[in-house]
Design a protein. Sequence first.
Length: 292
Amino acid sequence: MKKAILVSTVVLLMAALTACGGNKANNNAADGADNGANQPATTETTAGTYVDGTYKGIYDRKDVRNWIAYVEITVKDGKVEKAYYDYTNENGDLRTNDENYSKAFENANKMTPREAFDKLGENLVSVQAADKVDVVSGATHSSRNFNELAAAALEKAKTGDTSDAVVNLYEDGTYKVEADAIDAHGWKPFIELVIKDHKIDSVNFDYVNEEGAMKTENAEYKAAMEPQSGTYPEKYTAELEQQLIDKQLIGDVDVITGATTSSNNFHALVEVALDDMAEIGDTSTKAITIAE
């Protein structure tokens, strides 16, 4: 209701205004800004930025380590009162309860992952906006995930929609990762991975030599390898590629018998393509060190 005060307004009209809008007496400035046009017709709207409730932002799939990151935000009196961040799996386990992960994290960062994640939540409560939350040292990747998930959850909080804010983990694009050096046998492994509609659509895994020739097309290599290993580059690369497309999780891709080294190389390359590149849409070519 508009609250323009007219000197000539009769007492009766003033009384009616007081009866209808007396509980908003302290909101004159806000009402004047939008003339009341955008005031939602609900008793649940608070005086703050957000609608009270609990809101969850969660990724649409497991990451390369088979965990799903999520943020759960509690809004009270229109403001973020609490924000909890963690990772879960299909069994409902929490990553912060994983002893091996927690021990490795603490050794590297002088704090536990629970302490790091709680810092992110405390920062959000302090600044009240996801894009203003500072990165926690030693938890850069998790900080990035937290900010993205929190932003999605808070968008829901603006309207009071308490359904999960499901965020796509991967951005569409073509991602290429290669070894930073040729191996002892004269080959350099690489992958080219395509994300389409936020899913792994295709992947090309091969090795190239200094002349630009591909290992999968090398008849001599096949003739030498197949009798000893029962497989060869054209076969095992196709099997690895198909597993990734079918399972959509590099952690579920099995090692190919007779091609253990190449299977491990495939895993290493794909992990970087997904974890470091597809999560943020970085389509530049990356070179990584491959352990032999």
